[in-house]
Write a protein that binds this ligand. Sequence first.
Ligand SMILES: [Fe+2]
Length: 358
Amino acid sequence: MSLYVKQLNPNACRTYLVGAEGSDQAVLIDPVLDHLDDYRELVSGEGLSLIRVIDTHTHADHISGAAALKDMLDCSYLMHEAAPARCAETRVAGGDTLELLGEQVQVLHTPGHTRDSICLVCPRWVFTGDTLFLDDGGAGRDDLPGGDPGEHWESLRKLEALPEDLIVLPAHDYRGRQPSALKRQRSSNPHLKPRSREEFVRYLEDLRLGPADWMKDVLKANYACARDPRAAWIPVDTPACEVKGTLDTGVNEIQVMAITVPELKSRLKAGEKPLLLDVREEHELHGELGHLEGIRHIPIGHLAHRLDELGEAADRDIVTVCRSGARAHTAAQILRQAGFPRVSVLEGGMIAWKLQWP
Ligand SMILES: [Fe+2]
């Protein structure tokens, strides 16, 4: 049987549905509690039966949907044997071979981001969790409880030893990057830059990241198999798990301009008509911060796939807008990389707008 994969979720956490041609069985990898209804709709809409959920590691930026799905759909829940979540009753270790919908899948134990991180090596893809992201996204951070940069370096060597045509499917992407082969990652991903263990550890230590307290709360919620989205507070705008590639790899972030609220106001007053691109979720437009007049709305998770809708704006000034500026920055990067020349980010987002209005 031949496996297929669908990438789910509109935001930066990536969940994958794995199915097999000619079978009604499916597996979800790294489900997010907030999207449970979407998964259930998808699975029943396609006449599938969810037989297993897998977490590639204990997540620190979202509450896993695996425990709740296990309860609701009576499927099995698989994690590495070191995972603290007791509700994950199926355990694997590095070197195990897992039968996934008729295919043999190799389990790699890849500690570093967390102690319980695994990568799953399928015939055509490798699910890398937070052990390896795409391109300049680098990989997941190693400064959370249980993280270890030296172990991460060793885990990356295991990935490097895999066939180079495997497609990398990570648990996160914050900037609309598209999956590509390990071969490409060898040249585009700073985490795979050849360097010694010591150099790698020094690089990460020099970043001086500190885990936000909310991430420790999310870890605890996942240790306890939380089924309630309110079990931990999670900010919406933060690319929390990503250690951006900042080494000299030739893959650099494109600089984007910022525009302040007073500047934007005076330009609007002067009759200028920049395209105001709001990249928040639909419900946020109708929340207490409201939205600007005449906006174009494309949520950040959809932007990379809907760029052709902005074709007529190729020569216009575009101002990207979100709640605080973080998603708008990501949106501006996506637009600049796609060739839109005049893009700026509304500094401080709608929060700043609201504070400085009228
Ligand atoms: Fe993670």
